[in-house]
Design a protein around this ligand. Structure first.
Ligand SMILES: Nc1ncnc2c1ncn2[C@@H]1O[C@H](COP(=O)(O)OP(=O)(O)OP(=O)(O)O)[C@@H](O)[C@H]1O
Ligand SMILES: [Mg+2]
Length: 448
């Protein structure tokens, strides 16, 4: 769609949407504050904004997926889809629309794919429910869908379980499920955040190609402004539950009007400049919550150029030498198949420096991290941490080092236990490693 063409009809119209959640003392706190926007037919609209700004809550409200009892939608809010107010429909009427005319894909495929059913059965089931298809026809259609979303040799993948596919393939299966019933609106909530850049680009291209071919509209939720310029016709900028600016993507990105949008654009890290600290919104805006504030210029101190690379003579904190990891699978009756995931990797990390380990999906990056944490056993090589080989030391000795080496996982859902509060999760490792004198002190540190 371009600005010259006639305006397409409106597919979805969100009017005055306010959502509140039950807070600690049972009082409801408003997190989405009376927002209004429209999604025209055959258009990609990007919803951008910082973490916690209300992007996901807005999409969950549209799908009728907000937790009942915990959340409340204001009486005067409306979400009109093809002339019907979705907020006034019964759950049965909503189920008929969601999954069929409106479909959604999430950031984390494993949270929406069921691990105990094959991917083929999961895709086919949606068509059997919504389109009343027979078993045979649904399977045939599933093969076509897998082909359409770019799964290589779909006959061999249709009976695979989700865990047998790579992250990129899982995301493609989710897309196949979402488009199975030819939706008119596809809501994609950070669909590529968990993927590496090469796969990210492939998935974006796939979504855009599918959208065009099927004349769908897409609500694309992201915090990544680079993706917006690539995929969106229109953009909505949200912050603290309010819409700060909306319009054609080109106009908003090139001539932002709102101070927050301007600040957001200024915060993008640049390859040509490497400051000691990356700028954040508050560096550019004087009063955080004032409706419109002027963008201020950067304070010089923290943003001086930081030298890249090593000058020589730095203390080497981690010296990895010829690190190897092989996985073995059984082949035939006696044979073993060796797969070398890491083939003699050597690198050094200087104290206070950041080392980027880059490579495409499956190249062994995560395995190296797991070997260094001893979460997997290396097949060969050394890892000298402050001069001592952490791979060769006893469990007991290594326990003392564990505090000094920490890992942040790619997938937060796999490492955060849903049964604990965020505070409990932060305090547990401090208790184990005896950091902080007591729980009160630990709570204070967790809040920081
Ligand atoms: N089930 C819930 N119960 C209570 N508060 C919630 C719930 N879901 C979301 N919130 C709150 O609503 C606000 C908006 O959250 P939302 O998930 O929409 O943010 P987001 O813009 O999608 O952020 P991100 O980029 O991190 O995904 C946050 O303050 C969040 O804590
Ligand atoms: Mg979100």
């Amino acid at each position: 769609m371009s600005e010259q063409q006639a305006t397409p009809p409106v597919l979805l119209s969100v009017e005055n949407l306010s959502v509140s959640f039950k807070g600690e003392n049972k009082q409801f706190i408003e997190t989405v504050k009376g927002i209004s926007f429209q999604i025209p037919a055959n258009t990609t609209v990007a919803l951008v904004g910082e973490s916690g700004s209300g992007k996901s809550v807005t999409s969950l409200a549209t799908m009728g997926l907000l937790p009942k009892g915990q959340s409340r939608i204001a009486e005067n809010s409306k979400i009109i889809f093809e002339g019907k107010d979705l907020l006034s429909l019964s759950s049965k009427q909503m189920r008929a629309i969601c999954g069929k005319d409106i479909a959604m894909i999430f950031q984390e495929p494993m949270s929406s794919l069921n691990p105990v059913f094959t991917v083929g059965d999961q895709i086919a089931e949606i068509m059997r429910i919504h389109l009343n298809m027979g078993r045979k026809q649904a399977r045939q259609r599933t093969l076509e869908l897998l082909t359409e979303v770019g799964i290589p040799s779909p006959e061999s993948k249709i009976d695979a379980y989700p865990s047998q596919l790579s992250g990129g393939q899982q995301q493609r299966v989710m897309i196949a499920m979402a488009i199975a019933c030819e939706p008119k609106l596809l809501i994609a909530d950070e669909p590529t955040t968990a993927l590496d850049v090469t796969i990210q680009k492939q998935i974006l291209d796939l979504l855009e190609a599918l959208r065009k071919r099927r004349q769908m509209s897409m609500l694309f939720i992201t915090h990544d402004l680079a993706l917006v310029s690539e995929i969106a016709d229109e953009v909505i900028v949200m912050r603290h539950g309010e819409i700060r600016e909306q319009g054609f993507a080109k106009a908003v990105l090139e001539q932002p009007q709102d101070a927050y949008t301007k600040a957001l654009l200024l915060c993008r890290p640049q390859l040509s400049h490497r400051p000691y600290r990356l700028p954040v919104i508050s560096d550019f805006m004087q009063a955080q919550d004032a409706p419109v504030t002027e963008v201020v210029s950067l304070p010089e101190v923290d943003f001086a150029e930081r030298k890249r690379g090593l000058v020589g003579g730095e203390e080497i904190i981690l010296d990895v030498r010829d690190l190897k990891k092989s996985f073995f699978s059984r082949k035939g009756l006696f044979g073993k198949d060796e797969f070398q995931a890491v083939k003699g990797a050597s690198f050094q990390l200087a104290k206070g420096k950041t080392l980027g380990l880059v490579g495409e999906s499956g190249s062994g990056k995560t395995t190296i991290g797991l070997l260094l944490m001893r979460l997997q056993q290396a097949s060969g090589g050394q890892a000298l941490f402050q001069g001592k080989d952490i791979l060769a030391m006893s469990e007991k000795e290594f326990a003392q080092y564990q505090r000094k080496i920490q890992i942040i996982f790619q997938n937060p859902y796999a490492s955060l236990n849903p049964r604990f509060t965020v505070g409990q999760i932060l305090m547990e490792p401090m208790q184990v490693h005896k950091i902080g004198a007591n729980d009160n002190e630990r709570k204070k540190m967790a809040l920081e």
